[in-house]
Design a protein. Structure first.
Length: 152
């Protein structure tokens, strides 16, 4: 039986296909593997169990490596790096082990939304081993499974 990875909503919000926000991303970086979340809360929790392999310089993004070499990248807000870290903080550091549901990042939605777009991409990178993903776009509550990543 082939293995799969479950992703859980990192906070309450509205899911959308990545292609709806893909215009800001560099060409061919996600190829449809991921989602956008319009957040309704300020604290982002880990959608998966794994190791933190990157925390953004401005505390607005985090990457979590999971088994099989798949990495999940969460970037709070589009073009939010222009805020220089104002409105963001991180609860984790590189090399931390996280379990689904652990606190990752804080985004002051009011502050950020007045200066940037708070839509948050959740991107599957290092996807060579990914066969397909299945996403339930009806999920809106935190800690509910919204995606299955099927591995080759």
């Amino acid at each position: 039986m082939k293995k799969k990875i479950d992703l859980y909503m990192p906070l309450k919000g509205t899911l959308m296909p990545i292609r709806e926000i893909n215009s800001y991303l560099p060409e061919n970086t996600v190829d449809g593997l991921g989602v956008g979340i319009y957040p309704e809360e300020d604290i982002f929790y880990s959608p998966v169990t794994g190791e933190v392999v990157m925390v953004g310089e401005y505390h607005n993004m985090v990457a979590i490596s999971v088994a099989e070499g798949v990495t999940i990248l969460i970037q709070c807000g589009i073009h939010s790096e222009k805020l220089g870290g104002r409105g963001f903080s991180s609860y984790v550091r590189e090399k931390d082990h996280v379990t689904a549901g652990d606190k990752l990042l804080f985004m002051d939605r009011e502050y950020v939304s007045n200066r940037s777009d708070i839509t948050t991409p959740v991107i599957i990178s290092n996807r060579a081993g990914v066969e397909k993903i299945e996403t339930d776009y009806t999920v809106t509550d935190a800690f509910v499974r919204f995606m299955e990543i099927h591995l080759k």
